[in-house]
Design a protein around this ligand. Structure first.
Ligand code: SAH
Length: 261
């Protein structure tokens, strides 16, 4: 255990599913550096029978099996994981960047992964602090959701990303816009050129172009992110200024709906 590190506990009957991916790249390095203290627990270690049974048939009938409460309660009570403890569930509240930021601002959090047809409701009601879904589709287990959530949260934990500024500029950050398009060398690839403005060295103009490109992209692809917001006159001016130089078209009806500056 590392004092002061961001603690994450994951409960899963497939520990390898979670451990290997999270030992790689950014999260792996954050764990190795002691910034993140990730612990994976197998509820089967808290079963009492030879078969290490964690599931049973559903009351009321129906297909499949349900994860039983005893091993999950025993595991959580023994481990005393970081809170909040969230149950991965297709019926949970939708995970998003705002939730990721909230969790990253705390001292840690934990996830409980279901399998089979799901988890006895008393686990959600009396053991966990909430239920989280990563989207409107059904996985075979909570592990893939745990990977998504742990990665999205821990990269925001202070000290995890090398360049802290990158978190402030990317999609959904601060102003809720999608990120502007990024380019690297070569300046021309198979006849496709990088926008001239990015090679101009004029940093004020580059910043304005990026803002305009982010606005146009968000309007084009995700107008839902802008609903109820009013286009700031300065943003309107940016869209006019760069209209001909943006990789994405500015929708004609942009006049009413967009974020304030
Ligand atoms: N019968 C359930 C699905 C069970 S899937 C239903 O209809 O909702 C088995 C496990 O996968 C769940 O217990 C949950 O932990 C996980 N899971 C499935 N879809 C998920 C999602 N969209 N987000 C998070 N976890 C999910």
């Amino acid at each position: 255990m590392t004092a002061g590190s961001f603690r994450v506990d994951v409960f899963t009957i497939f520990p390898e599913y979670v451990e290997k991916p999270l030992s790689l790249s950014l999260v792996g390095r954050a764990c190795a550096a002691g910034i993140v203290d990730l612990r994976v627990h197998d509820p089967r270690d808290w079963t009492g029978d030879a078969h290490r049974t964690v599931d049973d048939a559903p009351f009321g009938g129906g297909p499949g099996m349900v994860m039983a409460p005893e091993p999950l309660f025993a595991a959580v009570e023994a481990v005393r994981p970081a809170r909040p403890l969230l149950l991965c569930s297709a019926s949970g509240s939708r995970f998003d960047q705002t939730w990721a930021r909230e969790l990253a601002a705390g001292e840690g959090f934990s996830l409980l992964c279901g399998r089979y047809e799901g988890v006895d409701q008393r686990v959600a009601d009396h053991l966990c602090d909430g239920e989280v879904s990563i989207g409107d589709y059904v996985l075979a287990g909570g592990e893939a959701a745990a990977l998504v959530i742990v990665e999205a949260v821990t990269r925001l934990v202070p000290g995890v990303m090398g360049n802290e500024a990158s978190a402030a500029e990317e999609s959904f950050a601060g102003d809720g816009l999608l990120e502007y398009p990024q380019y690297t060398r070569p300046a021309e690839f198979r006849g496709w050129a990088v926008p001239d403005v990015l090679r101009s060295g004029d940093h004020g103009r580059i910043a304005r172009w990026r803002r305009a490109a982010a606005l146009a992209r968000t309007m084009q692809r995700r107008p839902d992110l802008l609903r109820g917001r009013t286009l700031h006159p300065a943003d309107r001016a940016l869209l006019e200024e760069f209209r001909a130089e943006l990789p994405e078209a500015v929708p004609d009806e942009f006049s009413g709906e967009a974020p304030p500056g």
